[in-house]
Design a protein around this ligand. Structure first.
Ligand code: NAX
Length: 324
């Protein structure tokens, strides 16, 4: 049986960077046939059709079909994997409440459509920003879907953190393990060098605390803005790559800890129900387990409180707006 993969925002920059990789088998493995369902808003349907034409022109052996629609009910019908990429960007003069509300109008009906139409084994990754809270909205509007099926993306932040540490220490990225990012996908996120290992050594012991706190953490957190400044456009290929990493490891397993924003059960004092990035173990089959018993000292605790505090504020705002 082939898998149905629904991609929202399919005509956007990340959509263009991810669809060819999904269709070539890089996300679900080289033996998994798939059907793509592309969800776009009406004005972007034609552009999505153009992307679909190019997908057909690749003659990917794994790709069985492509459907394009502006109707979430159709798009999520029978979906096994949903990548929620399309979102409303912040516009000039927009307050945070306006941004959350505008995205609520997208993620509430999408959550409901997933609840009513997706396959029984559906797995959801939210990429569109503000990713953690958009995921919270979709999850809360899909009461019949177990909440462990929902996640938001912090893997790009992790990959950035790994690459920057590798460059600093002049080691290969493969020498670094268990480097996870905690909290919100925003500049408050906390990349954790206390639990990360570099060739078996604690990463935090290999760098100066001054560099860690005043250069590394802010640079990882603001890397998105640095990319926009340089390219004149936001990260697209690296975001698509991280989404592939996220879903592939969730489905097929990984031997290192990774970062996923998922619903808290109260682990590490993160309030129950918040969608926060945690260190997770991935054994495959679309299961994850939040890794417990990691070292969280005073420094990490203070960083975690800031980023989780931001998640609580966003949660309270969307609650007030009646979105959850
Ligand atoms: P683009 O503006 O290029 O594409 C977004 C697409 O979504 C557009 O084609 C638009 O028509 C579509 N869309 C809007 N509303 C929709 C709806 N209701 N249903 C279906 N499609 C809809 O943005 P792109 O660069 O592709 O980025 C997409 C999202 O990813 C943004 O919200 C962005 O902020 C977010 N990102 C998240 C990252 C993460 O690490 N979690 C990193 C990269 C990226 O910044």
């Amino acid at each position: 049986m082939s898998k149905t993969v629904t991609v929202t925002g399919a005509a956007g920059a990340i959509g263009y960077a991810i669809l060819f990789r999904i269709a070539s088998g890089q996300m679900l493995g080289p033996d998994e046939k798939l059907r793509l369902k592309l969800l776009e808003i009406e004005p972007a349907l034609k552009a999505a059709e153009g992307t679909a034409m190019e997908l057909y022109d690749c003659a990917f052996p794994l790709l069985e079909s492509i459907d394009i629609t502006a109707d979430p009910k159709e798009a999520f019908d029978g979906a096994n994997v949903c990548l929620l990429i399309g979102a409303r960007p912040r516009q000039r003069g927009m307050e945070r409440a306006d941004l959350l509300e505008a995205n609520g109008q997208i993620f509430k009906p999408q959550g409901q459509a997933i609840n009513d139409h997706a396959a029984d084994d559906v797995r959801v990754l939210v990429v569109g920003n503000p990713a953690n809270t958009n995921c919270l909205i979709a999850m809360n509007n899909a009461p019949d879907v177990p909440r462990e099926r929902f996640s938001a993306m912090t893997r790009l932040d992790e990959n950035r953190a790994v690459s920057m540490l590798a460059q600093k220490l002049n080691v290969g990225v493969e020498d670094i393990r268990d480097l996870v990012v905690w909290g919100n996908h925003s500049p408050t996120m906390f990349p954790d060098l206390f639990n990360a290992r570099v060739k078996g050594q604690r990463a935090v012991d290999l760098v100066e605390m001054e560099w860690y706190e005043n250069e590394y953490i802010p640079r990882v957190g603001k890397r998105g803005a640095e990319i926009i400044e340089a390219r004149g456009a936001s990260s697209a290929a690296s975001a698509a790559n991280a989404a592939i990493d996220h879903v592939r490891d969730w489905m097929l397993g990984a031997d290192s800890l990774h970062s996923m924003a998922v619903a808290s059960n109260g682990e590490y004092g993160v309030e129950e129900g918040l969608v926060s990035s945690f260190p997770v173990r991935l054994s495959g089959g679309g299961e994850y387990e939040i890794a417990e018993g990691l070292e969280v000292g005073d420094f990490a605790r203070s960083k975690l409180e800031i980023t989780v505090g931001e998640l609580k504020e966003e949660r309270d705002a969307v609650k007030q707006l009646g979105l959850i």
